[in-house]
Design a protein around this ligand. Sequence first.
Ligand SMILES: [Mg+2]
Length: 437
Amino acid sequence: MSDATSTKELDLSSYDIIGFDLDGTLLRYNLQEMSTLIYNVLKQHMVEQKGYSRALLDKQLDMDFLQKGLLLDGPRGNVLKLSNTATILRASHGTRKLSDAEIVATYGPERRLQVANEFYKDPLSTWNGPAAEEMRTLLDYFDMPSALVFAQAVDVVDADSSQANEYHVWQDLLETLMHNYSRDHFGNNKSLYFKAMRADPQRYVLRSSSKLVNWLHQLRASGKKIFLLTGSNIDFAELTATQAFGPNWQQLFDIVATYAKKPGFFTQQRPFLRVDNVAKCELPNSELSLQETLVCGEVYSQGNWTQLHQSLAKHLKKDAGITRGLYFGDNIIQDVYTPVQHAGIECCAIAEELLLLEQADYPYTHVLGSQFWDSYFSVDKQATLWSGFIAKYAKICVSSMDQMAQTTPTQHIHCSNAHGFYPALPKQLEDSNLLTI
Ligand SMILES: [Mg+2]
């Protein structure tokens, strides 16, 4: 927990190796186009492959329903927003908002869901296994539109058969997500998502600023080792990173690690595989032993944090025990909680939602902002689950890597608050219970 009497700060010069997530971190999406695409392909698959009524296709994309960080209660067909103590702040059944009385009737006076409590206490305990089939937290832009597709599919089921006792919408939607994001479907047009991205990447991926590119160059020139660590397979990373940074994007980094399978990358000892950088695929039978040192300038697939850390320390001619790592990412569980709590790395959170407060002409206010769910950071003076995780685990939280690129590699970055929000605490959190929990 943060020490409420001291403010947080970040001193980039004290780190030897600095890593970055790609999607939503170094690389930003046109959230209007991206959310629309994902919403439409998920709906289409649910109707054509999972047998949902065509009434689902007639539903409209209500951007106000979208928000990062919502939780799906699969069996009940409900969407939940949680507080920093895992109580239910707001909820809907399908797309219909539940009253306080309905929330209490469903979840008890404590307003709690058992699997959400378990997630709160140990987020990785519910990542896989039976709990993952019951609930899901929607933590990034690939997931975010699922909440609306889920809720509208529940509405369609209810319209067909009054109210079901238990819904299977989540299992169907999970299979739909896996179908669309499976790397096996990148090249064969089976994923409508990948098909659209490949046809028109400039529609979805924003060009990165030259300021950000220069900042990465500066970091490297100051003697640090820089790595990219992405869940994307090499072929998809090639598509999106080329759009954002140009064809020489790999040269921005000492090591590129793809298909990293976070959060397991930080907790397990999976081997790295080599990548065919021409065909843009994993080389079959190319597993490295866990003792092998990764080579700078190379691209790898899968792997584990221990080996990446030790390899970069070796290239710096430093003992791994004193080689400090810093990682930037937007997925609060995969990129912040897990590396901090399970791998001893310090992490900075990216919360694009800060731009709703900071940038008057921010173009995606209607996508990330929500009247229905209220602020990403708090509801009625109660901090959200994600504000709580950010305050507890992140070194600092910034709106974007472009904000970091305003700084120099030797600059101390001071937050005005103990919770790490930079430059200042979102105003919704000023009178919240974040300060007292
Ligand atoms: Mg990301």
